[in-house]
Design a protein around this ligand. Structure first.
Ligand SMILES: Cc1cc2nc3c(=O)[nH]c(=O)nc-3n(C[C@H](O)[C@H](O)[C@H](O)COP(=O)(O)OP(=O)(O)OC[C@H]3O[C@@H](n4cnc5c(N)ncnc54)[C@H](O)[C@@H]3O)c2cc1C
Length: 349
C-alpha cells in the first residue's frame, strides 16, 4: 500500500492540499498534531469541543503492558515511550507515571508479560499500603501510567495549532465531498464546505455513519462503559489498580475514578478493599460510548475505494493515541506504509 506524498506547509501548498481531520477526540487531536508537526497543512474539525466525546469519560490508563497478541500488541508495547516523547515535545502534558497493579481471583502466580513483574503479597503491600488484604500475587507494570484525557487532547490541539493547523470546534461534518473522478475533495459542514485532498475520519463511533454514504463500511460498534467518580481521602490509592471489581485510580487529592459495572457494587468493593475508605462517596456516573471495531483491533489506514479517504478508529485509544498519531502522520505526509500498522487495515474485513 502506498499513497501520494502531501505538499508540506510553507512549500507553496494551497488549501486544496489540506488534510482535514474529522474528530478532535484524543485520536484526531494526535493525528492533527503529528501531521501538522510533520509539515502537512491541517484542518481539524469537531462537532463539539475537543475531547468532549468518549475521551472525556475515559478511565485513561496508559496500559502499555499485558497484551501479547494481535496488531495492537506491538503498538501497545511502544505506548510508554511514545507518551514520554510527546511529554518532551509538549511541556505540561498531564500524565502521571504511577505504575499499575493487577490481580485476579487465581491463587497461583500469573505469568508476567512484557513490561510486567509478578509481586508477592508483602511487596504489593509496600506499593499500595492501604490494602486491607493484599492479594497473594499481583502483576506489577512499573512503566504504566494514566492521563487527564481531556487535558492531553487540548494540549495536542494547541500543539497542532502552534504548527499551523486550523481548528474548527462546534462544526459538525455532514458529508465527505468527492470530485468528478471520485477523489476526496473536502467535507461539507454545518458552517459550509471545507476543501481538502485528504480526509481522516477520526470521529469515534460516528465514523461508520460518515463513511457509509460513500459505500465504505467501517465495522465499528458503539460499546458503552461507565466511569464513576468518588470522593475519597488523599493518598488512598497510589497506582492504577485493576482487579475483578474495578479499574481504580486517584485523580486528585480528594477524588478517585473507577471504570466498573455498578456504582453500589464498586463502592462496596472500594470500602472493603482499602483501609480508611468507609467515607468514600459516589460523586457521579458517566457513560462513554467507546468505538469498538468488531474484531477488537484498530482500523487505521487509507480506504482503497475512495482515494484521499483515511480512517483511524480504535479502542484503548488513550493508550495508543501518541503512537497512532505519529504513524498516521508519517503515512499521510511521506506516503509510506508503516509496518506497525500493517495488521490494522480496513481491507481485512
Ligand atoms: C469508562 C471508560 C474507560 C476507558 N478506559 C480506557 C483506558 O483506561 N485506556 C484507554 O486507552 N482507553 C480507555 N477507554 C477508551 C478510550 O476512552 C477511547 O478509546 C478513546 O477516547 C477514543 O477516542 P476517539 O478520539 O476515537 O473518540 P472520541 O473522543 O469520541 O472523539 C471523536 C470525536 O469526533 C467528533 N465527531 C463525531 N461526529 C462528528 C461529525 N459528524 N463532525 C465532526 N466531528 C464529529 C466527536 O464530537 C468527538 O469529539 C475507556 C473508555 C471508557 C468509556
Amino acid at each position: 500500500m502506498s499513497h501520494s506524498r502531501l505538499a508540506r506547509s510553507g512549500g507553496g501548498s494551497t488549501s486544496a492540499e489540506t488534510v482535514i481531520v474529522v474528530g478532535a477526540g484524543i485520536v484526531g487531536a494526535s493525528v492533527a498534531y503529528h501531521a501538522a508537526r510533520a509539515g502537512a497543512v491541517v484542518t481539524l474539525v469537531d462537532a463539539g469541543r475537543p475531547g468532549a466525546g468518549v475521551t472525556a469519560n475515559s478511565f485513561a490508563w496508559i496500559g502499555a503492558s499485558g497484551v501479547r497478541t494481535g496488531p495492537a500488541a506491538a503498538l501497545r508495547a511502544t505506548a510508554t515511550q511514545e507518551y514520554r516523547r510527546i511529554e518532551a515535545e509538549l511541556p505540561g502534558l498531564p500524565v502521571t507515571w504511577s505504575g499499575s497493579l493487577s490481580w485476579g481471583a487465581a491463587d497461583t502466580a500469573p505469568e508476567a508479560g512484557p513490561g510486567q513483574e509478578i509481586l508477592d503479597a508483602a511487596t504489593v503491600a509496600t506499593i499500595e499500603p492501604t490494602l486491607r488484604q493484599p492479594p497473594e500475587w499481583a502483576v506489577w507494570a512499573p512503566d504504566d501510567g494514566s492521563v487527564d484525557p481531556v487535558g492531553v487532547t487540548e494540549r495536542l490541539v494547541a500543539g497542532a495549532r502552534a504548527h499551523g493547523a486550523r481548528i474548527h470546534p462546534d462544526t459538525p461534518v455532514t458529508a465527505i465531498r468527492r470530485d468528478a473522478a471520485g477523489r476526496v475533495a473536502g467535507v461539507e459542514t454545518a458552517g459550509g464546505p471545507l476543501p481538502g485532498t485528504t480526509v481522516v475520519l477520526a470521529a469515534g463511533v460516528a465514523t461508520a455513519a460518515l463513511s457509509a454514504p460513500l459505500g465504505v463500511r467501517v465495522p465499528v460498534e458503539p460499546s458503552p462503559a461507565t466511569l464513576f467518580r468518588f470522593r475519597a481521602p488523599a493518598g488512598l490509592v497510589r497506582t492504577v489498580v485493576n482487579n475483578p471489581d474495578f479499574d481504580l485510580r486517584q485523580v486528585t487529592a480528594e477524588q478517585l475514578v473507577a471504570a466498573a459495572d455498578s456504582p453500589d457494587r464498586t463502592l462496596a468493593a472500594v470500602r472493603s478493599t482499602f483501609r480508611g475508605a468507609t467515607n468514600v462517596e459516589l460523586l457521579s456516573s458517566r457513560v462513554g460510548v467507546r468505538p469498538m471495531p468488531v474484531d477488537g483491533e484498530p482500523i487505521i489506514g487509507p480506504v482503497a475505494e475512495v482515494p484521499g479517504l483515511y480512517v483511524a478508529v480504535l479502542h484503548s485509544a488513550v493508550t495508543l493515541a501518541p503512537a497512532v498519531g505519529r504513524l498516521v502522520a508519517r503515512e499521510l505526509v511521506d506516503g509510506a506504509a508503516e509496518p506497525m500498522l500493517a495488521g490494522c487495515r480496513l481491507d481485512r474485513f
